[in-house]
Design a protein. Sequence first.
Length: 94
Amino acid sequence: MSSNVKILVGSHTSDNGSGISDILTGKGFSVRGCAPDGAAILESINSFEPDVIVCEALMPNADAVEIIRRVSAEGRKPFRFLPYQRAGAFRPVD
């Protein structure tokens, strides 16, 4: 299967991001990953011009909401944004 869809993957844990990238690449997508934080995602948007961004909801330097806000404010081309929450990211507070 071949696809023209370009996907940017962001994860501050390399194992998680690499796993997602490997799966999507295996399905024929053009994948750039793994952006380790929100700032790297924003930089990669300019150079890669993705159709889809898959990233952790909580990232260092800019979370998913901040990334969406900045991209919208700059009027960049439309793309799909799929934030996810990594298992174990939240711990109970004592």
